[in-house]
Write a protein that binds this ligand. Sequence first.
Ligand SMILES: [Zn+2]
Ligand SMILES: [Zn+2]
Ligand SMILES: [Zn+2]
Length: 136
Amino acid sequence: MAQRNTWQRERVREALADAGGFVSAQGLHATLRDENTGIGLATVYRALAGLAADGGADSLQSPDGEALYRACVSSGHHHHLICRNCGRTVEIEATAVEQWARTTAEKHGFTAAEHIVDIFGLCASCTRAQGERVDH
Ligand SMILES: [Zn+2]
Ligand SMILES: [Zn+2]
Ligand SMILES: [Zn+2]
């Protein structure tokens, strides 16, 4: 099937790359609206879902259950460390997690096991900025 809205999808991909960290469809749509691209929210949702399906973007659920997307540098399987305040993202490999996931699945007779493990927290600079306001 021919893709009629290729330029829109391309524009969404660029905006996602510019965003750096994980962003929601709404967040990305707000950016595109500021640039007067005329791209609607439904198109942003579709483009992001398409990119995620093709492996052009990583997607994950925020702790609030919102779908977030990012144009990742690594194309292979990897994990993320995400700042819940500023969205700064570090791509990480987690050999221990890979091993644990495989052996745990095997122990229960599961095959073709997949897993999603992402760590949300406060990055170093956000932690510094919050200073004494962080309650222990
Ligand atoms: Zn990633
Ligand atoms: Zn941060
Ligand atoms: Zn993994």
